[in-house]
Design a protein around this ligand. Structure first.
Ligand SMILES: Cc1ncc(COP(=O)(O)O)c(C=O)c1O
Length: 477
């Protein structure tokens, strides 16, 4: 009998796969006898134990019957011998969702190289060993004391309470624990809102430029996306569509990625529009905590008398992204439906992490960390901007926005092709630069760089900007 083992995993499993495929494609007919184990092992160069284990497995799955000693036989249950080879699984239809979601893989902001000396990718966390140690202690404590039951889809009451206190203190937002839903980050927040608010073909407004994550969740869900321009005062509300959208997604405290703040007149205009057109607003407050010139701005939802703003907060920026912890402040009318969508999605967010976070907030550790992080980020930001001015000079235009965890720099005189060449060259030299273009429906005329600086120290940022200057020399406009 000719058998080819595929070399993947344990030998007995390889033998099981090879025999199964012989049975299924009719090379071994029902009733035919398998070779005696000792002889078969010798032929295949395997141990007898391996062959015995394979036969046991096939017997357990109903492919063969009989006993060791009296012979093993292919059962009569298998499909007919003339069974055609199964069609390639890749040709079997998938959902429209999966088809649309492919766009995400095609457009994903790729790291060109790993292990770069200076990685300026937006989204990498602030490096802070003290936070790692404190978080480790919180987790250990929570694991020892938490009851290991499911926390309920809406989230741990102690954490929801802490979030309410934090929102009132830091974001001017008064709410109750009953309106808070704990989610695994803003990404899930968008996904739950899409499920509850949008049918395929419904219109959702996105800022132009916009947050890549929001675009792809809504696109994959089947929403029709309508871009509305942003200027120095944020979303240009007078350009909102005449025909009512179902949903508007905004980043009012710190427009992503330009850094603009939605002005008060625009905030009021946006709320009036939503009331007039009967649509919902998602306020994505991803890094509103980090303002370096003044106190953080009050949230849009704090002005929302019509209860139409779904506020999405995250700990991805204030702590770290791999925590996958965020929350929604839900309008009364959506409370039940969003909570049900959360249950149907993943039942609830991880309980031990919720308990650890609740205690970290209650004990004051979170606020202490925020004070430290704000100071540290401000130093890093200043080092980045000083380095940019010194080494890039008038070859870049730095967008003023004293907030957040990234800086936008437009490349003067470059076209997109030249900017790509610059980024490639920089990556080759160990400097990870990333383009603004993926955050646009239609790329802007002038190319720009989105410079994340969280994961580099002040000294590294100085060196990185010197290297950027050298790259600009080597790849001029
Ligand atoms: C605009 C915006 N929203 C939300 C997030 C955070 O998403 P999550 O909470 O899913 O990590 C980010 C972070 O990259 C962001 O830039």
């Amino acid at each position: 009998m000719f058998l080819e083992l595929d070399g993947q995993g344990p030998q007995y499993a390889q033998l099981v796969r090879a025999l199964k495929s012989s049975i299924l494609d009719g090379r071994m007919l029902a009733g035919s006898r398998l070779p005696p184990t000792r002889e078969f092992a010798l032929n295949l160069g395997l141990s007898r134990t391996t062959v015995l284990a394979a036969y046991e497995q096939l017997r357990a799955e109903g492919f063969i019957n009989g006993r060791v000693g009296s012979g093993s036989y292919v059962t009569g249950l298998q499909l007919t011998p003339s069974l055609p080879r199964p069609a390639n699984a890749a040709d079997t239809a998938q959902s429209r969702y999966a088809e649309r979601a492919r766009l995400f893989r095609e457009r994903k902001i790729a790291r060109l190289h790993y292990g770069l000396r200076y990685e300026m990718r937006y989204g990498d966390p602030l490096t802070n060993p003290a936070l790692n140690a404190a978080w480790g202690r919180e987790l250990a404590r929570a694991a020892a004391y938490s009851t290991l039951g499911i926390t309920g889809s809406w989230g741990l009451p102690a954490l929801r309470q802490q979030i309410c206190a934090y929102l009132a203190r830091r974001r001017g937002l008064l709410t109750e624990p009953d309106k808070i839903l704990i989610v695994t980050g803003t990404q899930q927040a968008y996904s739950l809102c899409a499920r509850v608010l949008l049918d395929e073909g419904d219109t959702a407004v996105l800022e132009e430029p916009h947050y890549f994550g929001a675009y792809h969740v809504l696109h994959a869900h089947g929403a029709k996306l309508h871009p509305v321009r942003c200027d120095d005062d944020g979303l240009v509300c007078e350009e909102l569509p005449e025909q009512a959208p179902k949903l508007i997604c905004v980043t009012p405290s710190h427009q992503f990625p330009t850094g603009a703040v939605l002005s008060l007149p625009r905030r009021l205009e946006l709320l009036r529009y939503a009331a007039r057109k009967q649509c919902w607003i998602i306020e994505d407050d991803y890094d509103g905590e980090f303002r370096y010139d003044a106190h953080p701005l009050a949230a849009l939802r704090s002005l929302d008398e019509g209860d139409r703003v779904i506020y999405a907060g995250t700990f991805s920026k204030t702590l770290f992204g791999t925590l996958r912890m965020g929350y929604l402040v839900m309008p009364e009318a959506l409370r039940e439906d969003l909570t049900t969508a959360k249950y149907l999605s993943d039942v609830s967010s991880p309980g031990i992490e919720q308990a650890a976070l609740a205690h970290f907030m209650e004990s004051g550790g979170f606020e202490r960390h925020l004070r430290h992080a704000r100071k540290e980020l401000q130093c890093r930001r200043e080092a980045l901007i000083a380095g940019l001015r010194r080494h890039a000079g008038d070859r870049v235009e730095i967008v003023h926005s004293p907030a957040g965890m990234h800086v936008v720099a437009w490349l003067n005189g470059y076209d997109h092709e030249r900017a790509e060449a610059l980024m490639w060259y920089a990556h080759e030299r160990g400097l990870g630069l990333y383009s603004m273009a993926p955050h646009y429906f239609v790329p802007p005329k002038r190319p720009g760089l989105l410079l994340g600086y969280c994961s580099l120290s002040v000294a590294e940022l100085r060196d990185a900007m010197q290297l950027l200057g050298e790259c600009l020399d080597a790849v001029p406009a």
